[in-house]
Design a protein around this ligand. Structure first.
Ligand code: ZN
Length: 470
């Protein structure tokens, strides 16, 4: 029976974030529990291939990964893989923007080491996030690439399963080759939503192109918060041979490039003060404010109080306001020594403020495990959820575990950019707050120095699509 080794290491690095994750920030799974996170077991078993789970690790995006932590995880994956030197195939589920100090692309390094063990001929399938900054050298190390096709992401499992299915096909004898074409553009991920044009049609075209000898077509939007030589959009195509893959990739690279001026924010935007004031003036329905500069789902610290302080300087009248997911280990541990109804001191930029402890809850991790404690505190009439670790309130479930009900509030603040789709049913009006922080959405303010140039929109340049620049 053929054997396939399965591993996952998913981490999105935000180079501007000061948070350096530790091992404890990762949700990990080993043995059969890996399949609770990666739903691919049935695909291999039905094809009479033995799936061997090795290791799974996933964390909320944060700052660059330290070399030591990368080595730790690489060792866990590789030592288990080494127990099966005769494995027939490998499935690796990654993010694609894991930047490691002193190493660069973590995915590239991991794949290099995998090839050192298994040689060149064992088929390797990889799944990537849509925001992967794919290093072109990765393509020489893999056979199959499948990327997400939705932003906000809803097709993680489908994508991992697609990669598993193509790996089965490769193991059944189908030749597979992947090509990449880099597209010299960067855009804020928050302006690139796949339910909206031009991406809606473009993604649909990638699906239409997946037929006959073309197995997978992906657009990767890039992740502009990493200052690295591989930070750039790209197109990958997995097909039966290189020529076919390259010609389709070029077609889609041109199409993608031609849309570059069309990406803009589709919801109301403004400064912290503008958005806070306007949200207080809304008369009907529930308003969401997304604190885009301190977006934990993009790797920011999640500890900024700008929006809370702006609300406190306004007359909030009868509005019920919930500010979710402000990271403060200090405040949470202090509250855990106390009870609901007790007072707690909240440090602010202009001194301190007294808060009243409302309730205690839990935080849901990125991979849906419970990862720590939260506490809701009444600060000046506003319910603020403090979390002991960085968190992302991306669904109703996050609020429920924190013992809050979104439906109780008129105004909800989340540390996101675009609003996650699980929250949109609760949102009547969204304000995209152009706030400061490690995930600031203004590309020009990021000071990127190591990215390839020219790069749109930092440089104004044209590519002659007929001269084969792609
Ligand atoms: Zn992503």
């Amino acid at each position: 029976m053929k054997k396939v080794l399965i591993a996952s290491f998913q981490y999105e690095a935000c180079g501007l974030s000061k948070i350096f994750p530790t091992e404890a920030d990762f949700e990990v799974a080993e043995g059969q529990r890996v399949f609770e996170k990666l739903p691919v077991k049935d695909i291999f078993e039905e094809a009479h291939i033995e799936p061997i789970p090795t290791f799974y690790a996933n964390a909320l995006p944060g700052g660059m990964l330290t070399k030591a932590l990368f080595e730790e995880f690489a060792k866990k994956i590789l030592s288990r893989m080494q127990e099966y030197p005769m494995a027939d195939g490998i499935l690796l589920c990654c993010h694609g923007s894991c930047e490691v100090e002193q190493i660069g692309s973590g995915e590239l390094e991991l794949l290099r080491r995998i090839r050192e063990i298994f040689g060149k001929t064992v088929p390797v399938a990889v799944s990537f996030d849509l925001h992967a900054n794919i290093d072109v050298r990765i393509i020489d190390l893999i056979d199959i690439v499948c990327g997400y096709k939705t932003a906000p992401h809803t097709d993680q499992a489908t994508t991992q399963r697609a990669a598993a299915k193509l790996l089965v096909k490769a193991l059944e004898g189908q030749p597979m080759k992947t090509c990449i074409v880099k597209v010299p553009m960067l855009a804020s991920g928050d302006a690139m939503l796949t339910a909206e044009e031009p991406l809606k049609s473009l993604i649909e075209e990638t699906r239409q192109a997946e037929k006959d000898d073309v197995f997978r077509v992906n657009l990767f939007f890039s992740h502009m918060w990493v200052d690295a030589p591989n930070t750039c959009a790209s197109v990958t195509v997995t097909a039966s041979d290189e020529e076919k893959a390259r010609s389709v990739a070029k077609v889609f690279a041109r199409k993608f490039w031609e849309t570059r001026r069309e990406y803009r924010f589709l919801v109301a935007t403004g400064s912290v003060e503008e958005c806070v004031r306007k949200s207080l003036q809304e008369s009907a329905g529930r308003v969401f404010l997304t604190d885009s500069g301190d977006n934990t789902t993009a790797g920011a610290e999640g500890n900024r109080l700008d929006i809370l302080e702006a609300f406190l300087s306004e007359d909030i009248r009868q509005k019920k306001i919930c500010i979710s997911g402000i990271t403060s280990k200090k405040i949470v541990s202090e509250c855990l020594q106390k009870r609901a109804g007790d007072k707690v001191t909240i440090p602010m930029s202009g001194g301190t403020r007294e808060g009243l402890i409302l309730r205690f809850g839990k935080i849901l991790g990125w991979a849906k495990d419970i990862v720590g404690d939260s506490v809701s505190v009444n600060v000046g009439g506003i319910c603020v959820i403090f979390t002991e670790k960085r968190s992302a309130f991306i669904s109703e479930e996050n609020f429920r575990l924190a013992k809050e009900d979104i439906k109780d509030y008129d105004i909800v603040v989340v540390k996101q950019g675009y609003l996650f789709s699980e929250l949109t049913p609760f949102c009547d009006k969204q304000y995209f707050v152009m706030s400061d922080g490690a995930s600031c959405v203004d590309i020009r303010r990021l000071g990127l120095k190591r990215i390839p140039r020219p790069m749109f929109p930092l440089d104004d340049f044209e590519i002659d699509i007929n001269k084969g620049d792609f």
